[in-house]
Design a protein around this ligand. Structure first.
Ligand SMILES: *Cc1c(COP(=O)(O)O)cnc(C)c1O
Length: 394
């Protein structure tokens, strides 16, 4: 049985055009050279491809191509930005501001920094998942060196007030890092007008290959970063290692494809979101989590009271969606993001995330809706807890 893929926030398939460009950079007949080889044609050709890709990435962000550092993904980009700034600016201060609903790839570097003498303030969002500019301002201190706030939340899709926080940080001369893994290629992201100093992106969230990403690092004013990886001095010394031409070309092409169809794709996702929300209104006590206005339309996080998430996952096995709980090897932990916005552990367990993308068809959304309506009714009929709550005599 082939499932319908509705988990684009977890990863996206590589766009066929991207795959084609990548394949051309692998074999003897292709562009396989080392971009750092400057004594022969193979190297020059590879370097040319990398240069073009760097421009494509920069274009999507409104950046200069010299501000793009290629990495292995958003996890590495976040680590480089946060630990790199913490180390390079520790003479100025050791205080960082972030948010409890950030991705683990931001929270864990922050936790690590706390073990070596840095201080981190974790802002609490409101029940809609939003943090306010005032909260960021109130948390700022003399020794604050960095604010790190994600663009789009990967679990609930909420969009933080990035431009407003950026303006505040610029005014206070505090560096501003944004984990934009879920935003780049999907929303308008402009590092200049938003006053972003460092921005992480992930190739596999925008129809490029896995194991590839980039960090935008502002040049004016110049930002110092202590590298995580020392070696041949590639990427202006910020990230050593032979450049992976095929991966870089893949990311570059993914960015140019995204740039070309961004607004059209956004409108499609918005119509799917409206279709879904309108259709599931017939299900009692169904709630869409997160702010309804400041949200990326492709991500929907849904709580269905009185229905166990795991049972629901099994009942919906014709669609590939994500549970509201993160399965760690032994225990099933309720999502910390959902709990941070006020859901109980039980409610978090009764939640799931569905995410639409480039290859989602209206019929796929229709299938999900039909399944959901049918299976929720069935599960609730079997649930003594739910029936009791509704006044049934059991
Ligand atoms: C996926 C994701 C990451 C991690 O990106 P990788 O490229 O898989 O390392 C970081 N932050 C957010 C918000 C994400 O969605």
């Amino acid at each position: 049985m082939k499932q319908i893929y509705l988990d684009y926030a977890a990863t996206t398939p590589v766009d066929p055009e991207v795959a084609k460009a990548m394949i051309e950079c692998l074999t003897m007949e292709g562009n396989f050279g080392n971009p750092a080889s400057n004594t022969h044609f193979f190297g020059w050709l590879a370097k040319e491809a990398v240069t073009e890709a760097r421009l494509q990435v920069a274009d999507l962000l409104g950046a200069d191509s010299r501000e793009i550092v290629f990495t292995s993904g958003a996890t590495e980009s976040n680590n480089l930005a946060i630990k790199g700034v913490a180390d390079a600016y520790s003479h100025k201060g050791k205080h960082i501001i972030t948010c409890v609903t950030e991705h683990k790839a931001v929270l864990d570097p922050c936790k690590y920094l706390e073990t070596i003498g840095h201080e981190v303030t974790y802002l609490q969002p409101n029940t809609e998942g939003l943090i306010s500019v005032a909260q960021v301002q109130d948390a700022m201190r003399e020794d604050t060196i960095l604010v790190s706030v994600m663009f789009v939340n990967n679990e609930i899709g909420v969009i933080q007030p990035i431009a407003e926080i950026g303006a505040l940080c610029r005014g206070r001369k505090i560096l501003f890092h944004v984990d934009a893994a879920q935003a780049v290629g999907k929303l308008d992201v402009d590092v200049k007008s938003m006053n972003i100093d460092l921005l992480s992106l992930s190739s596999h969230k925008l129809y490029g290959p896995k194991g590839m990403g980039a960090l935008y690092v502002r040049r004016r004013p110049k930002i110092k970063l202590t590298p995580l990886i020392h070696g041949g001095g590639h990427e202006q010394g910020m990230r050593s290692g032979t450049l992976a031409t095929h991966q870089i070309v893949g990311l570059g092409r993914a960015c140019s494809v995204a740039n070309a169809c961004l607004s059209e794709e956004y409108q499609k996702l918005l119509s799917f979101r409206r279709y879904f929300i309108d259709s599931v209104k017939v299900i009692p006590e169904l709630k869409i989590n997160g702010d309804p206005k400041h949200v990326f339309p492709g991500i929907l996080n849904v709580t269905i009271e009185g229905v166990d998430g795991e049972a629901l996952m099994m009942a919906l096995n014709e669609v590939a969606i994500s549970a509201g709980s993160a399965c760690n090897s032994a225990t099933i932990e309720a999502s910390y993001v959902l709990q941070a916005i006020g859901l109980t552990a039980e409610q978090a367990h009764s939640s799931f995330r569905v995410s639409f993308g480039r290859f989602t068809a209206q019929a796929d959304v229709g299938k999900l809706i039909a399944l959901l309506i049918k299976q929720v009714a069935k599960l609730r009929k079997m649930s003594p807890l739910w029936r009791k709550g509704k006044g049934d005599v059991i």
